[in-house]
Design a protein around this ligand. Structure first.
Ligand SMILES: NC(=O)c1ccc[n+]([C@@H]2O[C@H](COP(=O)([O-])OP(=O)(O)OC[C@H]3O[C@@H](n4cnc5c(N)ncnc54)[C@H](O)[C@@H]3O)[C@@H](O)[C@H]2O)c1
Length: 392
């Protein structure tokens, strides 16, 4: 056991742990500060597979047992979205800092509970919003906030996956049926837009389509959702979110942002990095080396750096005296970022739930939802600290 490394416990050993977490823990420039002391999964086969592959001593099917026995500094939560809250609450209660995969939770009450628990125990909560580590978004933030473009007026944001993601064996569990393009894709960009512009969502109205995954693939979720959001400065944004594109598109994910400001515009295509390949097996494909790439120092890219930088912060907290909760939350993607992305996500769900159905429920035209009304109805008095400040 090392006293200087960060002792982490990893909960959930599915697809994303394999794509991004394990490479970050064991094969990146962050590896030297990390000691993966324990892993936990309800699936024994996955526990054995990963335990053997990396020779991890602590293997647990019970989270309680892992937290009681493994003497951890931090826990990373890589389980399906709807399971994040109870795991995060227990890990914080056990005195651990927590890194939670996006979304932090699937409703604002749960996000608030997680933040309150972290405040009480003075622990750090970070949501893994890796779009904040993409150099294109970091440069956009700096340029937008310099004032060179003036006020944001309107824009559109797109994140669309191939149908392989919800219906092609991408996930190791039935995650897709508990999720939607709103939760799996939208939250990435609800957070990213806030990260770049500093603006909050104010009024939300969604339109949803259930024409393929439910009727043809037996997965009860939306294929596609368009979320129209008026931001708190009056800017109008549309988020185009879907996970039913054909499986042979040039990349699993297509994504980007267009913003028009009063005195300028930005166009960021974060799928097209100017790198394409074609092979006999897979045909013509786009490559995104910004997300993950092999280097002489192991894996790099925003997919790995957002995890690594979060754990580096936990490591700093372990070695130095702990900062106050407020200082902690002001840095990097935190519980508060997780809260506001989930606020937009819940407003989209609420809009659709209160909407009007067409074609036997295959199309839903949502109602407009005011985020401040949603905050007040969900959190009562506690809504005060989160209310969206609308430009008068
Ligand atoms: N940042 C990204 O780009 C990105 C990409 C993919 C997934 N994710 C997020 O990562 C999380 C996991 O996604 P995934 O694709 O790996 O899912 P997955 O379905 O492939 O794997 C989930 C794993 O969690 C385990 N699990 C389920 N409930 C558990 C519990 N209560 N305790 C312990 N283990 C449990 C399952 O057995 C499975 O091994 C989700 O929140 C997802 O949104 C993020």
């Amino acid at each position: 056991m090392s006293d200087t490394k960060l002792r982490i416990g990893v909960v959930g050993l599915g697809t994303f742990v394999e794509i991004a977490h394990m490479p970050t823990y064991f094969n990146s420039r962050y590896s030297e500060i990390l000691d993966v002391a324990a892993i936990c999964d309800v699936n024994v086969d996955r526990l054995k597979e990963w335990g053997q592959k990396y020779n991890i001593p602590g293997q647990y099917t019970s989270l309680d047992e892992m937290l009681a026995k493994a003497n951890l500094d931090a826990v990373t939560i890589v389980t399906p979205d709807h399971t994040h809250t109870p795991i995060a609450l227990k890990a914080i209660e056990a005195g651990c800092d927590v890194l939670v995969e996006k979304p932090l939770a699937m409703n604002i009450k749960d996000c608030h509970k997680i933040r309150q628990a972290a405040l009480k125990k003075q622990r750090r909560v970070i949501t893994d919003f890796h779009k904040q580590e993409d150099p294109a978004h970091q440069e956009a933030r700096s340029r937008v906030r310099s004032g060179r473009y003036g006020e944001l007026q309107f824009g559109y944001v797109w994140m669309q996956d191939a149908i392989t993601v919800p219906a092609g064996g991408f996930f190791k569990t039935a995650l897709a049926a508990h999720s939607s393009p709103n939760w799996f894709l939208g939250v990435h960009f609800y957070d990213c837009v806030r990260f770049i512009t500093g603006l909050d969502s104010w009024k939300v109205k969604a339109t949803g389509y259930k024409q393929v995954l439910g009727p043809e693939r037996g997965i009860n979720t939306y294929d596609a959702i368009k979320a129209d959001v008026i931001m708190n400065n009056g800017a109008a944004l549309s988020f185009y979110l879907s996970w039913n594109l054909p499986e042979n598109i040039p990349s699993l994910t297509r994504q980007g942002i267009y913003f028009q400001f009063a005195k300028g515009e930005t166009y960021i295509d974060t799928r097209d990095r100017g790198f394409f390949e074609s092979t006999y097996q897979a045909g013509y494909k786009a490559v995104n080396p910004m997300f993950l790439r092999d280097t002489e120092h192991g894996k790099a890219g925003y997919g790995c750096e957002s995890i690594g930088e979060a754990l580096r912060q936990f490591h700093d907290l372990k070695l130095a005296s702990r900062a106050t909760y407020q200082q902690l939350e002001d840095k990097h993607p935190s519980g508060i970022n997780g809260f506001y992305a989930t606020l937009t996500g819940q407003a989209v769900d609420t809009s659709l739930a209160q909407g009007t159905s067409l074609q036997g429920g295959q199309i839903v035209i949502g109602k407009e939802v005011d985020c401040n009304d949603l905050l007040q109805s969900e959190l009562g008095n506690d809504a005060k600290e989160y209310l969206v400040n609308v430009a008068k």
